[in-house]
Design a protein around this ligand. Structure first.
Ligand SMILES: Nc1ncnc2c1ncn2[C@@H]1O[C@H](COP(=O)(O)OP(=O)(O)OP(=O)(O)O)[C@@H](O)[C@H]1O
Ligand SMILES: [Mg+2]
Length: 569
């Protein structure tokens, strides 16, 4: 600590590069160790990265707060939020030029995710910060740096990284809520369900760009239709009642603006655990559920979409379908096949974001445009095969076509934001108004073809350097290309996006070879992350990046599939 003080005095008013003296050094304070992993070369450059480590002897977090793993994830998530909150209270903030005075941790949203920002284990608690070392112009402001590192930082640590300093109830509640959700998600399979929406949940969000809940007095809270009501038994607290969506094919119908898409979006995000107060805490969906949508313009690289589409104009091969500019129907077909390839047990579709001709083809259209002139077998004719042959369930929002009644097991109607079970009514309507459309697509779902990825095109070089940088939630600069993940609707945290960029590179370097499938390569990377933690994906392993959160294999595969430079052997 004294040495750090002396260094700051010595470099005061020198050129900014003098701060580089701190890089790679560890300084011992009375309560913690401070280590600078990376020091910025310029006040305008990306901020410096440092970590603070408090020995568990002092921090005194009881093992029950970080074992088993789900608690460790929840505690790390909680402490990250707490740090964020306390930084606003304790730190003066920006001062001087560029990023001067900045002290920050990663800032989480509504989901409880595994994060690299805070780690807790038997030995220590470690928090990782971004620090804008202060400057005036390009000169070191030693006194300001001293204030940051010797006053603000220790105060912040004192308030957040010691168990005794923390407010007990919200911390325990955060952990219990996460553990309940995890356990309820596991309970789904035992009960033959694919999703669960608890009574009293709040589904609508504040706005299209704000994931916080609509205030309770403005929302209709959820109530299960009696016939679909089930009870789950989380480990903490009372049993929870709500709507269980059984395996099979489920339709969500209802009038426009009555809450159909809102319910589906809640299911999409039910693959993640939510923070207390989110309103969706007890909405859980099987963890590998994938939202499917049309995405015309995307690139598709040698995907076997023949179960849905064959006989394209110009004799384009649909068993290894390739397009730099896929159409609505072909992009949606590819999205489904790719979801099956990486693994899923539930598909989620909304008519709002689907290609109409991919979803339905009615009797009149069958008469006007004969099957030999229509390459598409609509999803309607495949949805049962997907369940019967592959055991994969589907939930579809479909307010526009009753043709799906025959194919479905459960029909939920949204009416003024209330849910009703109208399965019986829908079956009666289907009997009273039989359709004359012919089934298409033959027997069975069709063939699935695993793909082997080539190494070519996966090196993220730009000029002579490697360049991987995430920009917000949806964009990754990967080498010279801009990878857009805008249509991966289950990507929820910019820290996941950062991780995805580095995971692509990690998979490419470690596992892509002549004979490995895309799924296998991604699975191996996730195994490493599971064993060694998120740090393993950093290209500067050992430098402790503080801003990753764990994505799902589904989104990582989604990113691979959207790389414009992807090669399939
Ligand atoms: N339970 C609820 N309480 C209050 N507002 C809600 C509730 N559910 C949804 N909303 C709001 O109602 C509006 C319409 O919801 P949503 O988009 O789900 O309708 P929809 O049935 O999918 O309509 P469309 O058929 O036009 O696509 C949204 O602004 C949404 O936030
Ligand atoms: Mg809608």
């Amino acid at each position: 600590m004294e040495k750090l003080k002396r260094t700051l005095t010595r470099i005061d008013n020198k050129g900014y590069k003098a701060y580089k003296d701190l890089e790679g050094k560890t300084y011992t304070f009375p309560d913690f160790e401070l280590c600078f992993y990376y020091v910025q070369g310029d006040p305008f450059a990306g901020p410096s990265q440092a970590a603070v480590r408090v020995e568990q002897k002092r921090a005194q977090f009881p093992p029950a707060t970080y074992e088993p793993k789900i608690r460790k994830i929840a505690l790390g998530d909680y402490l990250t939020r707490e740090l964020s909150k306390q930084i606003k209270r304790v730190c003066k903030g920006r001062r001087g030029t560029g990023k001067s005075g900045l002290l920050a941790v990663d800032s989480p949203g509504q989901e409880i995710l595994e994060r690299s920002s805070v780690t807790v284990n038997k030995e220590y608690v470690e928090a990782r910060f971004f620090i804008g070392l202060p400057a005036r112009g390009r000169k070191v402001l030693g006194k300001q740096a001293e204030e940051m590192l010797f006053t603000e930082l220790p105060e912040l640590i004192k308030r957040t990284l010691f168990f005794s300093a923390l407010d007990r109830n919200p911390l325990i509640n955060h952990i219990k809520t996460a553990e309940n959700q995890e356990s309820m998600r596991n309970e789904l399979r035992e009960k033959g369900l694919v999703a669960f929406v608890a009574n009293d949940a709040i589904l609508p969000r504040r706005s299209g760009v704000d994931q916080r809940p609509l205030p309770r007095d403005q929302a209709v809270t959820f109530t299960s239709p009696p016939s679909l009501e089930v009870e789950l038994s989380p480990p903490h607290g009372e049993k929870i009642l709500g709507m269980g969506i059984p395996g099979g094919i489920t339709l969500i119908v209802g009038g426009g603006y009555h809450g159909k898409s809102t319910l589906l979006r809640a299911l999409e995000r039910g693959v993640y655990n939510h923070i207390p107060g989110d309103g969706r805490e007890y909405i859980v969906t099987v963890e590998d559920a994938v939202k499917i949508r049309a995405e015309d313009g995307r690139r598709v690289c040698k995907v076997n979409i023949s179960p849905f589409i064959d006989n394209l104009p110009m004799k384009v091969d649909t068993t290894t379908f390739f397009s730099e500019d896929a159409s609505g129907s072909t992009s949606q077909a590819a999205n489904i096949i790719e979801a099956l390839e990486i693994g899923t047990s539930l598909l989620l579709l909304d008519e709002d974001t689907s290609a109409t001709n991919f979803m339905i083809r009615d009797e009149r259209m069958q008469r006007l445009v004969e099957k030999n002139k229509e390459p598409i077998t609509p999803f309607l004719d495949k949805v049962r095969d997907i369940y019967r042959d592959l055991g994969i369930s589907t939930v579809i929002v479909m307010g526009g076509s009753g043709d799906y009644f025959d194919a479905s097991d459960t029909v939920i109607m949204m009416d003024h934001y209330y849910a009703y079970d109208v399965t019986g009514d829908a079956k009666r309507v289907a009997e009273d108004y039989p359709r004359n459309r012919a089934s298409e697509g033959g027997e069975g779902f069709g063939e699935l073809t695993p793909r082997i990825v080539g190494k070519k095109g996966l090196d993220p070089v730009k000029g002579k350097k490697k360049k991987i940088s995430a920009k917000g939630l949806y964009n990754i600069q990967y080498g010279a290309q801009n990878l857009s993940l805008f249509y991966l609707e289950q990507l929820v945290d910019a820290a996941q996006t950062r991780a995805i960029g580095d995971i692509i590179n990690y998979v490419a370097e470690q596992y892509i070879n002549e004979s490995i499938t895309l799924k296998k390569a991604i699975d191996l990377a996730f195994h490493d992350i599971y064993e060694k933690g998120l740090d393993v994906i950093s290209p500067f392993y050992g430098e402790h990046p503080g801003d990753y959160s764990l994505p799902r294999p589904q989104e990582v595969a989604g990113a691979f599939n959207r790389l414009r430079s992807l090669h399939i052997k």
